[in-house]
Design a protein around this ligand. Structure first.
Ligand code: ADP
Length: 404
């Protein structure tokens, strides 16, 4: 069975095609800067020796429909293609950012699912509309394929009310669904399953703290395989310091910025989401550059790294407290998988909590799962590469099998 995974953003479509027989990646790519002058289509066919054969084109992509049409042409292309006919694609798995309280699990897309995603737009105004465009376009281009939605929020729907309800007037939750939702669910859920396989422990017996550090960043407290708390909130702005997002700040900050600096709501939104985080402190959100600058003695880069890892450490402490006992801490995504300095500083001084990192193992680089704790550490520290697209493909297949 072949499954195409689509992540449709406001100006991009990312995709990966899998052969689910061996969970093998056949092709992947991205159509970027859709409806802009300098569009990019980057397509990669995975060759027999696992090396990608790349196709790149800069013709303007006017809209998502044309973007997906060009992707399909490449998937069936004589040289760059991996299938003969688009009808070979049994299903499309769509990443949908917000499923509100409607969806605890992935689901086959029908009219009522589309309506629920539409109703959730006020909670994710930047993400759900382009996700919907991706679904609508895919439905017309792949009329024979089953369309499945996999929600970023679904994994966190197991949180208890004490973790997801804010201390605001209760009506705001009841009437407006204002609450903590949490995001990056596909990644937290994927590394949970991988940790279960690595630790040879059933998932429903696993207590984990998963730490996803990409451009966006979030942590999840997982008890017996179920999420009981997470750092992101009603929106992805909450919690950890991120590439360009502030994470936790005093909720009164916007009033101050408005009163004293005369900033509009749009400017404050832009400040907190796009001009803060690592970039706000030291001017870049690229962790590689930050580490280089730290090593060269740059004060602001060092400060950014300290603030970033201090926040992670605080949440590790908080999540140990809510979990009671922890089998493993898992680092994942671009920074979590590739930055030993970030992992070291986040776990430094936590010996009393049973967390001891082996500096040598932490500094070693590998492509697979790495265990980087000392033999005497009570809590294991794992580095597990995430694969959100594969997770979406696996979930899509499960949903189809259940419905048959
Ligand atoms: P997203 O998918 O959220 O866009 P990624 O998971 O790709 O983000 O992570 C992006 C981050 O990973 C960037 O800050 C980048 O600097 C960081 N990163 C990637 N490789 C390395 C590396 N070798 N060392 C340190 N940071 C890295």
């Amino acid at each position: 069975m072949k499954i195409l995974v689509i992540n449709s953003g406001s100006s991009s479509i990312k995709y990966k095609l899998f052969d689910m027989k061996h969970r093998k990646e056949l092709a992947f790519g991205v159509a970027e800067r859709i409806s802009e002058e300098n569009s990019i289509l980057n397509h990669n066919k995975i060759s027999k020796n696992s090396e990608p054969i790349t196709y790149r084109n800069n013709d303007v992509i006017p809209d998502h429909r044309e973007g997906l049409n060009r992707i399909v042409k490449l998937l069936v292309h004589e040289k760059y293609g991996v299938i003969k006919n688009k009808a070979e694609i049994a299903a499309i798995g769509h990443r949908v950012v917000h499923g509100g309280e409607y969806y605890k699990y992935p689901t086959i897309i029908n009219k009522s699912v589309i309506n629920a995603i539409k109703e959730t737009i006020p909670l994710a105004p930047l993400h759900n509309p382009p996700n919907l465009i991706g679904i609508e376009v895919a439905e017309t281009i792949f009329p024979e394929s089953v369309q499945v939605a996999v929600f970023d929020t679904a994994f966190h729907q197991t949180m208890p009310p004490k973790a997801f309800i804010y201390a605001l007037p209760y009506e705001l939750y009841k009437n407006e669904k204002v609450r903590r939702y949490g995001f990056h669910g596909t990644s937290h859920s994927y590394v949970l399953k991988q940790a279960g396989i690595y630790l040879k422990k059933p998932i429903d017996k696993l207590n984990l703290i998963t730490i996803h550090l990409g451009n966006g960043a979030s942590m999840a407290a997982i008890k017996k395989g179920r999420c009981i708390d997470t750092t992101m909130g009603m929106t992805p702005l909450d919690g950890l310091v991120m590439g360009t997002r502030s994470g936790d700040v005093d909720p009164a900050l916007p009033f101050y910025l408005s009163d004293h600096l005369n900033m509009s709501l749009t400017e404050i939104d832009n400040l907190l989401n796009k001009k803060s985080g690592l970039k706000g402190i030291c001017g870049t959100n690229d962790m590689r550059e930050i580490i280089e600058r730290v090593n060269a003695g740059d004060y602001l880069a060092k400060l950014a790294l300290e603030i970033y890892t201090y926040r992670i450490k605080k949440y590790i402490g908080a999540f140990i407290a809510v979990l009671g006992s922890v089998d493993a801490i898992v680092f994942t995504a671009g920074i979590g998988e590739n930055s030993p300095d970030t992992r070291r500083l986040s776990c430094q001084g936590l010996k009393q909590l049973g967390i001891e990192m082996d500096p040598k193992k932490n500094a070693e680089d590998s492509d697979g799962i790495d265990e980087i704790n000392t033999p005497s550490s009570n809590v294991k520290i794992l580095v597990i590469p995430t694969n959100e697209e594969l997770h979406i493909a696996i979930e899509t297949k499960k949903v189809i099998n259940k419905s048959n």
